[in-house]
Ligand binder design. Structure first.
Ligand code: IPD
Ligand code: CA
Ligand code: CA
Ligand code: CA
Length: 268
């Protein structure tokens, strides 16, 4: 993707994201229709759907040759990442949106022929926009994020993760996970994968570990974390496939080898 083209797409995406965020803030106290999807805790609201539909209609009108992968069913059913693909989570952290009215984000990653070119994570209620263009660094609003500091040791690391790791799971045995939780300085669960990626990029947590996420949860975050020199793979150290669900380990690259080796000891 040439720079001029990328700049046009970046500016347009940013405008739509800020616009969608303003709408969500204006309607935050309106009555909400909440439905469930795969299980009673898997929520979707009319705001998730309206926000996704806003992006999809704007993209289809303005960039008719672009493709869309998105959570709530308005996008395309893609079998390949050829061309320009917008990977969109209209509200990442729907449970937070419903229960807390904060701590959720709009996440938009834009890939070209499978390469992450642009990433946006918008913390809507805090009005904080994390953004990155490949090879041009990452930003929190207008402030460039520093490369992740080296020389972090596991004993001083804070890891983002969720409670499912401590329950029986299909990837890593529970004893190994308990040892890992004891090894590190602390763990945090924010309830929005996109924000957890943004926090890794910002250096306020040192890693984010999760068992199964969809492309729209991680597409933007991967671009942003890569731009501060972080590592973004699945828990086996393999590159994430943007057409499937993946386990995820995003981190300060200093931690990567230690953590991946640790997880492999309990790998099922
Ligand atoms: C969810 C959030 C949550 C993560 C879940 C995701 P959603 O996304 O990112 O933090 O633990 O796995 O599905 O459904 O709120 O967009
Ligand atoms: Ca969801
Ligand atoms: Ca999500
Ligand atoms: Ca979502």
């Amino acid at each position: 993707m040439n720079n001029e083209r990328r700049e046009t797409i970046y500016n347009q995406a940013k405008e739509w994201i800020l616009q969608a965020g303003t709408t969500i803030r204006e309607k935050i106290n309106d009555p909400l229709v909440v439905n469930t999807k795969s299980n009673p805790n898997d929520l979707v609201t009319t705001m998730d759907e309206a926000t996704e539909s806003f992006f999809v209609s704007r993209i289809k009108d303005t960039f008719p040759d672009h493709f869309i992968i998105s959570e709530e069913g308005y996008g395309d059913n893609l079998k390949s990442l050829d061309g320009t693909v917008w990977i969109i989570d209209p509200i990442d952290g729907t449970m937070n949106f419903v229960h807390q009215k904060r701590n959720f984000a709009i996440s938009v990653g834009i890939y070209h022929d499978g390469i992450g070119e642009i990433g946006f994570i918008y913390d809507v209620m805090s009005d904080v926009l994390y953004s990155a263009k490949r090879n041009e660094g990452a930003y929190k609003n207008d402030v460039k994020l520093a490369p992740l500091k080296k020389e972090i040791i596991p004993e001083e690391a804070i890891l983002g993760m969720n409670h499912f790791w401590l329950c029986e799971n299909r990837l890593v045995d529970e004893i190994t996970m308990q040892k890992l939780v004891k090894k590190v300085r602390g763990t945090r669960t924010y309830g929005s994968a996109a924000l957890e990626f943004a926090y890794v990029a910002e250096g306020i947590i040192d890693g984010y570990l999760t068992m199964s996420l969809s492309p729209w949860d991680v597409a933007a975050g991967i671009v942003i974390v890569n731009e501060v020199g972080g590592a973004t793979t699945n828990i086996d150290g393999v590159q994430v496939n943007m057409l499937e669900k993946n386990s995820i380990f995003a981190c300060n690259s200093d931690l990567q080898k230690y953590m991946l080796d640790f997880l492999q000891k309990g790998r099922k």
